[in-house]
Design a protein around this ligand. Structure first.
Ligand SMILES: [Zn+2]
Length: 90
């Protein structure tokens, strides 16, 4: 049986998974250089969504494979204005 093009379209579930994966990659790519630039972790003690929206949060992400878990849908991938100000070259 020949497959139709519509059969190969990503499902809603795989699109959500791709968005979460991209958010996590963006968070990691911002987080690690943040350390190199002397930014510290901001622990949010497993609060989800994190009360501070920054790539530097830690302890918000509990191990889970459940894609509907809060942590997967609330991955901060931005710096706060205060962190950006601290990163400016003087
Ligand atoms: Zn870290």
């Amino acid at each position: 049986m020949r497959r139709r093009a519509s059969d190969r379209r990503p499902s809603v579930r795989s699109a959500a998974r791709a968005r979460q994966r991209n958010d996590k990659i963006a968070q990691t790519l911002g987080h690690e250089p943040g350390h190199a630039l002397n930014l510290a972790h901001i622990s949010v003690a497993h609060a989800c969504p994190p009360p501070v929206w920054t790539v530097m949060v830690t302890n918000y992400f509990q191990q889970t494979t459940l894609l509907t878990d809060c942590a997967w849908n609330n991955i901060p991938h931005e710096y706060t204005a205060a962190e950006i100000a601290a990163l400016r070259v003087r």
